[in-house]
Design a binder for this molecule. Structure first.
Ligand code: NI
Length: 209
């Protein structure tokens, strides 16, 4: 099946590439230099400006999210398997953290703005969690936010004869989860949150719990 082959041939290598990218990032001198006392494992990294459109059609920027912890995942709504799994884990981790009194906003950023309109994002995010925020925009805006986080994605054309309906491409993309602090700084890039429990557990030290 095309989809499974794509997963094996593209998504898995993409994850390996993102892990290599992460370890490179981790050796950047400024990364350690900006360490804060309340973020013992990683320090935090300044993010640049972004402007996007949320799933209600409202224009948003980084300033709209200040004052909240964010957990951000990049993907696309046509993703057959990886994104649904990732978002299931992310939203359940948010519930586990909420039960400990830690409020985190879950965010899904599409890397497929061509197909993922605010309306499509709204239906999709509501399926996963009532508080999941869907963000889309134009290609330039999506390129920009992906670069800010070091998220990678690229389009792969597939046969229209497969089981993808009217879709003739998929996106290979990073599967990391990005933790942003209340000041809008990147606290952690988590690549191995394989269960909601594991993801929630990994987040706790970064927010001083
Ligand atoms: Ni996906």
């Amino acid at each position: 099946m095309n989809v499974l082959r794509i997963f094996r041939d593209f998504v898995i290598p993409a994850v390996v590439i993102s892990l290599i990218g992460l370890s490179f990032f981790g050796t950047t001198p400024s990364f350690g230099a900006e360490r804060k006392s309340d973020t013992p494992l990683s320090g935090s990294t300044e993010l640049g400006q972004f402007t996007l459109v949320d799933h209600t059609g409202r224009q948003v920027s980084q300033e709209d999210f200040l004052g909240n912890y964010l957990l951000i995942y990049f993907g696309f709504t046509h993703c057959p398997d990886v994104c649904p799994t990732g978002l299931h884990i992310l939203t359940n981790a948010v519930e586990l953290l909420g039960a400990k009194g830690i409020n985190v906003i879950p965010i899904f950023v599409t890397v497929d703005p061509e197909r993922d309109s605010p309306q499509i994002m709204k239906t999709y995010v509501n399926y996963f969690h009532p508080r999941l925020v869907g963000l889309t925009g134009n290609t330039e805006q999506i390129d920009n936010i992906a670069k800010l986080f070091g998220a990678r994605y690229s389009k792969v054309i597939v046969s229209t004869k497969g089981n993808m309906g009217d879709s003739n491409y998929v996106l290979q993309h990073s599967e990391s989860t990005y933790l942003v602090n209340k000041d809008g700084r990147l606290l952690a890039t988590i690549t191995d949150g394989v269960t909601p429990q594991a993801l929630a557990q990994q987040i706790l030290p970064f927010i001083g719990k």
